[in-house]
Design a binder for this molecule. Structure first.
Ligand code: GZL
Length: 348
């Protein structure tokens, strides 16, 4: 652990004498390594990152399973750069939690200043986060959320409101079907879920179901995980089509699975976007290309550009400042009819 935490502790102690601490989360750590009374060293590192010292960040990323994930990684690497005051240790978990847990333990043994985790699934984190807490290393969670009994195990979370994304998707869909004059038809819906147990899957699944329940003529006739990948999405869509179920609408919980499903539909002579309405999530650039081609009807944005917010939070935490526990990013809904005019402005 760097000397920075003693500095952070001193600045936090000064701050806490002036105001009641709040915002939850783990306080900046005590530097147990600095010699007693080493205030000169502490004052020197009070404003971490500002004295030429780099803030060492260990980042455990889910993987590289989708365009969204690639954009998320790029945003994090661009923001947690040396020019911006950071030394980044990046670990790709290839969508396996055991790899993430190993990476976090490596970060702890390397005594990084801050740990950042994009958790592949919500559960199974108590033990390793307890080890980070014992090592007094603050943890920032990004993207998906954690299901832990003690939320002091992490300092704060930055990401999307996945449940609201699901609500937004169905709200758009029912208005679109009404506009086609099909809003009162019996409509069969197939769902390609993301990684089961991930916050994105849990939230989108519940949001879609809760909103569809308000429309009794919409019926989910098929639902299965496509693991957020294009290949698995195509494979599962092929199985849906082989089942013989009539499918009017496909809701894919990310664009890459939608791309796979679109290929599966075309392979059997169906017209995606027409014969089957395609509702997707993420709104990556390739989704706009798909909408312009007429293959996809809408993509509900899931903003991957967490880097700037995480960099700002890491610096605040290192300086002993308070941070909000939960921080949602801004997101919209992007339909096909405005895709061509919107695409040039898309950042990912
Ligand atoms: C959402 C993120 C999801 C994306 C997928 O925040 O966790 O994981 O929707 C990605 O594209 O694989």
């Amino acid at each position: 652990m760097g000397k920075k935490f003693l500095g952070a502790l001193l600045s936090m102690a000064m701050v806490s004498m002036l105001m009641v601490g709040c915002g939850g989360g783990q306080p900046a750590a005590t530097n147990t390594n600095a010699p007693e009374g080493d205030t000169a060293a502490a004052e020197e590192t009070t404003s971490a990152g500002g004295d030429g010292d780099l803030i060492t960040v260990g980042f455990s990323q889910v993987g590289a399973e989708s365009d969204w994930r690639v954009a998320n990684t790029q945003s994090m690497k661009e923001s947690l750069s040396e020019a911006n005051g950071f030394e980044l240790i990046f670990a790709d978990a290839q969508q396996k939690q055991e790899n993430q847990i190993k990476a976090v333990r490596d970060f702890i043994s390397q005594e990084v200043d801050v740990i950042v985790i994009a958790p592949v699934t919500e559960t199974g984190w108590e033990t390793v986060l307890g080890e980070a807490k014992d090592a007094e290393i603050p943890v920032i969670v990004v993207d998906r959320q954690l299901d832990v009994s003690d939320d002091s195990l992490y300092t704060c979370w930055v990401g999307s409101d996945f449940y609201q994304e699901g609500i937004n998707a169905v709200d758009w869909l029912t208005k679109y079907m009404d506009g086609l004059g099909r809003g009162e038809e019996d409509l069969n819906v197939a769902v390609l879920q993301g990684t089961i147990g991930s916050s994105a899957e849990i939230g989108r699944t519940k949001g879609v179901r809760d909103e569809l329940e308000k429309h009794s003529n919409y019926k989910i006739v098929a639902e299965q995980t496509g693991e957020f990948t294009q290949a698995k999405g195509q494979e599962v869509m092929e199985s849906f089509l082989k089942s013989g179920e009539d499918i009017d609408i496909l809701i894919a919980q990310n664009d890459n699975m939608a791309f796979g499903a679109i290929d599966a539909l075309k392979a059997v002579g169906k017209d995606p976007g027409e014969d089957v309405v395609i509702v997707s999530f993420d709104a990556v650039k390739a989704a706009f290309d798909s909408m312009i081609a007429g293959d996809m009807n809408v993509s509900v944005e899931c903003n991957p550009l967490h880097g700037p917010r995480v960099a700002e939070l890491a610096k605040k935490i290192m300086n002993g400042e308070e941070v909000e526990k939960i921080q949602y990013v801004e997101e919209g809904v992007y339909p096909a009819d405005t895709a061509a005019e919107t695409l040039p402005s898309r950042a990912y």
